[in-house]
Design a protein around this ligand. Structure first.
Ligand code: IMP
Length: 191
């Protein structure tokens, strides 16, 4: 089985990708390879941040690796919160992060946005990127309790429910992360 590191500490993400990848790959998390470092994410693009993480593992552990970086881009806020999605308000508290997004948008009627994921894969010394996005809009108050992050204020295009009002199964069919992971898996299978 081909060993491949997924540079994440998020057990949920790891499980999800493991289930999709099947038996061909032995997918290892950062914990599995004994990487306890707080890997820097100092880039101003998802691509840069994802590559910083995959490069870190390649350079320190000499193993093939992929890493992801995601966030919410709101057109009326010039793409913010973007790479700052996890700590937009200066804290990781999503109540405050969502409150700041809604405050910054105010009464603005132009509320289009998208979630975007970029996966950086470094394999056999080659660099590849895979991207996924889901278009939608930001509503004026939170709805729903499922999911995480900005899910309660995001309605994907073609739907009436927020991501937080959908089941995990529904969201995972159309999410930015699912689209990017499917591209990654198609590539790995073709190798
Ligand atoms: P990460 O790079 O996947 O860890 O995502 C960074 C941040 O973007 C998260 O902390 C969330 O605030 C936001 N985010 C990413 N994906 C989602 C999603 O599917 N729903 C809601 N928020 C998300």
């Amino acid at each position: 089985m081909t060993k491949l590191v997924f540079a994440t500490n998020n057990a949920h993400k790891l499980q999800e990708v493991k289930a999709m990848l099947g038996e061909e790959f032995d997918l290892l998390s950062l914990a599995d390879i004994g990487c306890t470092a707080d890997i820097p994410e100092t880039g101003d693009t998802f691509e840069h941040n994802a590559q910083q993480k995959s490069d870190y593992v390649v350079n320190h552990f000499q193993m093939d690796c992929f890493a992801d970086d995601s966030g919410l881009e709101i057109d009326a806020l010039d793409g913010e919160p973007g790479v700052y999605s996890a700590h937009y308000s200066g804290t990781r508290d999503m109540v405050q992060n969502i409150a700041l997004v809604l405050e910054n948008l105010g009464e603005n009627q132009f509320r289009t946005a998208r979630f975007r994921t970029v996966i950086s894969l470094s394999i056999a010394g080659q660099q590849h990127f895979f991207e996924g996005s889901v278009e939608g809009r930001i509503i004026t108050e939170e709805r729903g309790v499922a999911g995480f992050g900005y899910d309660p204020i995001f309605i994907p295009e073609g739907y009436e429910q927020t991501f937080a009002e959908m089941t995990a199964e529904q969201k995972n069919k159309i999410s930015h992360r699912a689209v990017a992971v499917e591209k990654l898996i198609a590539f790995l299978r073709s190798q």
